[in-house]
Write a protein that binds this ligand. Structure first.
Ligand code: URA
Length: 254
């Protein structure tokens, strides 16, 4: 146990984490954590690693039809205030990557860095995800990536069901219609819950494909959220294996 903890701390240090806390000591619980009893996502998860990959969305070239439709969707809703998250956000964080990709990755909601820069998964969790994707030969440029909620929840708390529903109706349902992915990869329990409409125990359900009630045309694949893996590094191998399995499936269907 001690060795595992030591190895995890060393790996986290390599990834740029410098301070470690448990929720019960060393760190003040946020008001939201006190209210809900749930741990919020740590601010540190969203601070950039040593090198931040700036521009991930390919530039130049002709705009495809899907890009135009997504731009229209964004323009229509960039000032959305259908839930309270609009009060504290800096900006809406829409999507990144390739709208013509057969795979759509869906996370929970933007964190601090994403809120600042207006792009999903550009903080620590995103950079870790990029690294694993690169390692398995599925670079980030080849996937479409977005979140269930497009606005950062205060203190990085988990989005509430009402906020998720509002954002699904404004953005995610429409993104699915435009992008028409063949498979959706839910990063973590919150995204899985949004698609399956029920509480999900991600540790039990990850690594497998499911029918997709929200968008039946695409299979649903569940895995951990990269921020969870960063906090529980002994799951790194499992996370990578899951993503390899997803890539093999993509190779079969495309
Ligand atoms: N966590 C998420 O779920 N989404 C992001 O964009 C960043 C962190």
């Amino acid at each position: 146990m001690e060795n595992r903890l030591k190895a995890t701390l060393e790996l986290l240090k390599e990834l740029g984490f410098e301070e470690f806390y448990t929720l019960s000591e060393g760190r003040e619980l946020s008001q939201d954590e006190k209210n809900t009893g749930e741990p919020g996502r740590l601010e540190a998860e969203n601070k950039p690693l040593k090198e931040a990959s700036e521009e991930i969305t390919p530039k130049g070239g002709e705009k495809g039809e899907k890009v135009v439709l997504l731009e229209e969707l964004y323009e229509r809703n960039k000032n959305c205030c259908r839930c309270d998250l609009c009060k504290s956000r800096t900006q809406i964080v829409f999507y990144d990557g390739d709208p013509n990709s057969p795979v759509m990755f869906v996370g929970e909601a933007p964190g601090e860095e994403e809120d600042k820069r207006g792009k999903p998964f550009v903080g620590r969790a995103g950079q870790y995800l990029n690294k694993v994707l690169e390692e398995i030969g599925l670079p980030r440029e080849r996937i479409y990536i977005t979140n269930v909620c497009k606005c950062r929840p205060p203190g990085n708390r988990k989005p509430r069901p009402k906020e998720m529903q509002a954002c699904l109706n404004v953005f995610l349902r429409k993104e699915l219609e435009i992008v028409q992915p063949k498979v959706i990869c839910c990063l973590g329990g919150t995204a899985a819950e949004a698609f399956l409409g029920k509480t999900v125990r991600i540790t039990r359900m990850r690594g497998r494909f499911y029918p997709n009630p929200l968008y039946p045309k695409a299979k649903l694949f569940l895995t951990y959220h990269p921020a969870y893996v960063l906090r529980n590094m002994w799951e790194a191998k499992t996370f990578k294996e899951d993503l390899k399995k997803l890539k093999e499936y993509l190779e079969k269907i495309t």
